[in-house]
Design a protein around this ligand. Structure first.
Ligand SMILES: [Ca+2]
Ligand SMILES: [Ca+2]
Ligand SMILES: [Ca+2]
Ligand SMILES: [Ca+2]
Length: 387
């Protein structure tokens, strides 16, 4: 009976496999257009271009509903306001692998494409195609097998545009450990009067004293020409007290980058803070064994995320150290006797046996942050008595 069922299952499987084989062959021979509607769109449309800038910026077309291997070419045709063709260029789905010699005056030699055959066709361009400043339409065309498709044009302005200007930086002259959140701000204006030109992004980069970039932030518009963000005391988690660099830039709608405006600021990171340890001060020896939870509340100016470790040593009544004198870690991970992960209460469940020594156990606690700052030692005593 079982054998029969197994055979018939195999039979069904075989038929299914055959069906799949037919289906595969079908999709190989037949056309792609049967996969559903083909769509051709700008994934990253062309942006406004500065007339004199030589840097190139990526434009990406995306074609879907057709196997990327079957696409013969994707091209953008640029026309001027009167509809006359000004230039055209190919976009490639080649993972930036081949040097191209077409349209050299305004296109990158390598496409800038990231992944080959993913249906995203890329090229990097600048405004050098334009005989004069003005508006230009970019129309996409794709060809595959014997089919073709065109996408609606995107209008791009080519203009002579200057970069934004930054001024009036408000920033504290130093940031003490655990400072109160503070809003920093500055003014960014675009001096141009070109339609569609304005400040698009204002951002700040945060650098280590040696110049390594640590982080970057976008500033929000605060109304008018003012842009700002709020600095919080966790900005220097894991960073030693030193002088750090904060630098600002703004970009306009033509991808012009302003000069930077920077400031060097001492930023302080102090050691964690420990509150008095919490445990039963006196415990009687158990019949077999028992757990004695030992908890230390720890905090740090740079938030709990800066606390790297909380440790203790236990000096036993016989004058030796427990754990061979090695630090015993307390955890805030919700395990090993710690009740709640991340609540700033660090715990170790010490085990007391019926055979343990009676007398005073002297505990030494300390903590260290990610910047390497250690607290002072906190000493406390647990007395173990005979039952
Ligand atoms: Ca691609
Ligand atoms: Ca501008
Ligand atoms: Ca700290
Ligand atoms: Ca905890």
């Amino acid at each position: 009976m079982t054998l029969t069922i197994r055979f018939s299952l195999l039979g069904i499987l075989f038929v299914l496999l055959l069906l799949f084989a037919w289906a595969c062959e079908d999709s190989n021979n037949n056309v792609i257009t049967s996969n559903g509607p083909v769509t051709l769109t700008w994934f990253t449309p062309p942006q406004n271009l500065e007339a004199t800038q030589l840097a190139t910026f990526p434009v990406i077309a995306e074609i879907s509903g057709v196997n990327a291997y079957d696409v013969d070419s994707v091209k953008a045709v640029i026309t001027d306001a009167s509809g006359g063709e000004v230039a055209q260029f190919q976009l490639y789905d080649d993972a930036n692998a081949y040097e191209r010699f077409d349209a050299l005056e305004f296109c990158s030699a390598y496409s800038g494409d990231v992944v080959a055959h993913d249906g995203k066709f890329t090229r990097q361009i600048n405004g050098q195609f334009a005989p004069q400043t003005g508006d230009y339409d970019f129309t996409l065309h794709a060809w595959w097998d014997n089919s073709t498709q065109e996408a609606d044009p995107v209008t791009v302005t080519v203009a002579e545009s200057v970069p934004p200007l930054l001024s009036d930086l408000f920033f504290p002259i130093s940031l003490e450990s655990g400072f109160d959140p503070i809003q920093i701000n500055l003014k960014a204006i675009d001096p141009d009067t070109i339609f569609g030109d304005y400040v698009t992004d204002v951002f700040m980069k945060f650098y280590a004293p040696q110049g390594v970039q640590l982080d970057s932030f976008y500033l929000s518009s605060l109304g008018g020409d003012l842009y700002g963000t709020t600095l919080t005391p966790d900005i220097n988690i894991g960073l030693v007290t030193d002088t750090y660099i904060f630098a600002f830039w703004a970009k306009d709608a033509f991808n012009n980058l302003s000069d930077s405006l920077g400031i060097q600021v001492p930023v302080e990171n102090l050691a964690p803070l420990l509150d008095p340890p919490q445990f039963e001060p006196e415990v009687a020896l158990p019949d077999t064994y028992m757990f004695v939870p030992i908890t230390v509340p720890a905090w740090d100016d740079q938030t709990i995320a800066d606390v790297d470790s909380v440790n203790m040593l236990s000096y036993k009544p016989d004058g030796t150290y427990a754990n061979d004198g090695l630090p015993i870690p307390l955890n805030d991970n919700g395990e090993f006797g710690d009740l709640i992960a991340g609540d700033s209460l660090f715990t170790i469940n010490a085990v007391l046996y019926d055979t343990s020594l009676t007398g005073p156990y002297i505990f030494t606690f300390w903590a260290r942050d990610l910047a390497g700052n250690a607290t002072e030692f906190i000493i406390d005593t647990l007395i173990v008595t005979d039952p």
